[in-house]
Write a protein that binds this ligand. Structure first.
Ligand code: ARG
Length: 453
């Protein structure tokens, strides 16, 4: 492609070192769409005749079909997807193909391709996250009234329902979707026409190209457009955060499925056995989700480190943006699909959950609230209940069996009524709190939200 200036061929070691076709071949549908839009603008600019445009378009569409069918030989010597396609086009159609690269550089081409790729993948990721939300919502409905302990510091805190717990993840995933949509908005502008870094002396209708490719607008500074990889960094961050949410869910499930907790069971189809210990049923999917999230975060770091020292505009380092991008997209897609299946099939051990939530200690805060309602300042109430808890611990007496009035006359005989799980949940009716009524209302709200998306 640059043979004019050179008298030696590229060393085969340099070819091997510099190629990106082994991974950027995946950009082919976007590269072809971009080239067709570019060629159409070249007609308007008087570079191509209608006849030449048709040859280019038909030639590119034929290449598209050949690649899809696996009938296209990618050549490492042609470095990347852009040169593989252009050179094959010219081989097939001759002189018209040689005109295609007018007023274009691989620098604006690759920026266009990766924006189109990211946009397509974001749409797919949003659908996949919605599927997982639906699986979580299904379990929230199934276990809307199942009481479980809620934890802080991994110490039992207060009773909630499993429905409320599942819905917490639906919330997180909704924020991930909104971040994906936000990232899509910012990246959906066309850099095509920015050339190598300084645009072109040939007037191409950049807006027409952008519209044909479904972009919402065009980039405003050719140097920024070529150097910019913010959209990839942003997407990698959003993917990492979504991974972090699913990694936290995994950790919950690993704990719930342990013999120590015994709150849940994953299906046989979503667990593995041990080659040595016959009794084992391991939550590998959860552990791999947690482990692969490390890769997602690593990919984000990989890109940030790659760009942080680059002067404007294009530097070959930028070719290294694609392996982390592709890997993160693929990995998150897999994580989402497998977790959707696994969550839909899991079961709660409701008896164990209820037994754990029935520890009267979980209602110590409710006991303090009871005193507050009798006019005692919360700090004082907290101390009074703390004394009762200390006595319960010291004497091995369950909190609800203590003679509370003997500890402090502020406790009336009705203090014991506090120790009802049903009552405790039923009185948590503030917005966002886990009363069963609230959880049911949230479930129907989410059904509406998710079916509309
Ligand atoms: N394969 C290259 C990349 O991914 C395309 C752009 C090459 N541009 C260049 N000036 N060498 O970044």
């Amino acid at each position: 492609m640059w043979k004019g200036r050179f008298s030696q061929d590229t060393s085969s070691l340099v070819q091997q070192f510099g190629e990106s076709i082994s991974y950027d071949w995946r950009l082919y549908p976007h590269d072809i769409a971009g080239s067709i839009a570019h060629a159409r603008a070249q007609v308007k600019a008087g570079i191509l005749t209608e006849e030449e445009f048709s040859q280019i378009r038909d030639g590119l569409l034929a290449i598209l079909e050949d690649i899809k069918a696996g009938n296209f030989e990618f050549k490492t010597s042609l470095e990347d997807i852009h040169m593989n396609i252009e050179s094959e086009l010219t081989r097939r159609i001759g002189p018209a193909g040689a005109k295609l690269h007018t007023a274009r550089s691989r620098n604006d081409q690759v920026a266009t391709d990766t924006r189109l790729y990211s946009r397509t993948e974001i749409d797919g990721l949003i659908r996949a996250v919605t599927d997982l939300q639906n699986a979580l919502l299904g379990q929230a409905e199934r276990y809307a009234e199942s009481v479980i302990p809620g934890y802080t510091h991994l110490q039992r805190g207060q009773p909630v329902t499993a429905g409320h717990h599942f819905l917490a993840y639906v919330e997180m995933l909704e924020r991930d979707k909104s971040r994906l949509a936000d990232c899509r908005k910012r990246l959906n502008i066309s850099p095509l026409g920015s050339g190598a870094l300084a645009g072109s002396t040939i007037n191409l209708d950049r807006v027409q190209i952008a519209e044909e490719l479904g972009f919402d607008g065009i980039t405003k500074n050719s140097m920024d457009a070529i150097a910019d990889r913010d959209y990839i960094a942003e997407l990698l961050f959003v993917i990492s955060l979504c991974g972090a949410h699913l990694s936290r869910l995994s950790e919950d499930l690993i704990l719930w499925c342990s013999s120590e907790f015994g709150f849940a069971a994953l299906s046989d189809a979503h667990t593995t056995g041990s080659s040595l210990m016959p009794q084992k049923k391991n939550p590998d999917v959860c552990e791999l989700t947690r482990g692969k999230t490390g890769r997602l975060v690593g990919n984000l770091m990989n890109l940030l480190v790659a760009i942080k020292g680059l002067p404007l505009t294009y530097n070959r380092d930028l070719q290294e943006d694609k392996p982390p991008l592709f890997d993160s997209v693929d990995t998150l897609n897999l994580i989402l699909a497998v977790n959707t299946e696994m969550i839909a099939a899991m079961e709660l051990r409701e008896k164990n959950c209820r037994a754990a939530a029935s520890d009267p200690m979980l209602l110590a805060t409710d006991l303090a609230d009871y005193l507050v309602k009798k006019g005692i300042p919360f700090r004082h109430a907290h101390e009074l209940v703390g004394k009762a808890v200390a006595e319960a611990v010291a004497t091995g007496t369950p909190l609800d069996q203590l003679d509370l009035a003997a500890i402090d006359p502020a406790y009336g005989p009705e203090a014991k009524d506090v120790f009802s799980l049903e009552r405790a949940l039923a009185s948590r009716t503030n917005p966002g709190a886990p009363s069963i009524q609230n959880v049911r209302a949230e479930i129907s709200r989410w059904k509406g939200v998710l079916s509309g998306s």
